[in-house]
Design a protein around this ligand. Sequence first.
Ligand code: KIV
Length: 274
Amino acid sequence: MKKTANYFLENKGKRRFSMLTAYDCMTAHTIEEAGVDMILVGDSLGNTVLGYENTLAVTVEDMIHHGAAVCRGAKESFVVVDMPFMSYQPSVYDAVVNAGRIVKETNCQAVKLEGGVEYADRIKAIVDAGIPVVAHLGLTPQSFNTLGGYKVQGKTVEVAQKLLNDAKVVAEAGAFAITLECIPAPLAKMVTESVNAITIGIGAGKYCDAQVLVWQDMTGYGDGFTPKFVKKYANTHDILLEAFKEYKKEVEEQTFPTADHTFAMDEEVLEKLY
Ligand code: KIV
C-alpha cells in the first residue's frame, strides 16, 4: 500500500527510511521493486540527466516531465518532486501555483523546496493547500552562488545555530520532512531530536530518520567526481561500457545479429516477390 506523509511522521524513531532519486519510469520501477520507502525526483536531474553544470536552469516543465514518468513507473511509491529554482522564491503565490501544477501534472505525493525561515510562508501556504512539503537545509544547491560553492555547512556556531532554528521554523510551518545535506553528523542528530518532522540525510551521518542518495552516484553510473558521502554499491558505468563496446565490436564483425535474434520468412512468400 502507498505510504503517506503521516506514515513517516508516525514512524519517526521507530524505523529508518530509505529514499533514492529517480528521473525516469524504468529506474523508478526498479527502486520500487527493491522496496525503497520514498523516491525523490530531484532537480539534480539538471546534472545527472540534462547535462547542466548546476541545477539553476531546471524548469517546472522539466520537473513535471520527469516526475510524471517516475510516478507512472512506481505507482505504489511515495514520490517527492523538487520545486526548481525560481518556482517558489519570488512569492507565496508562485510557490502554491507551481506546487499545485507539479502535483496535478505528475501525480506525486509531496514537493521539496530549499531554504529555511525565509521560505516558511511558502511552506505553510503549500501545506495549507493540501500538499505535503519536504524542506531542504544545509548545502542547498540552488544557492551555491551565495554559499560560495558546494561545501559542508554548519561548522561554525553562527551557521549551525541558524540551521537548527531554520529546522524548527520549517517544521512549525508544516514541513513533514527536512532534507539535511552536507552537514556534520552531530548537528544532524541535534536537528533530528529537535523536530517532529523526519530528517532525510545526505552527507549528514547516521542519526537522521531517513537517508537519500542520487541513484547514479550509488550505482557508479557516470565516471565523474564521487562525493565523500556516497557509497558505491555497484559499478554500472563499467558494466555498461563493456556492453556497449562488445555490441559495437559484434556489429562491426557481423557476429550480431545471429539466427537467434532474426525473424525467418517462408521461402514461398519470398519467391513471389519481384
Ligand atoms: O536534487 C536532489 O537530488 C536533491 C538530493 C541531493 C537531496 O535534492
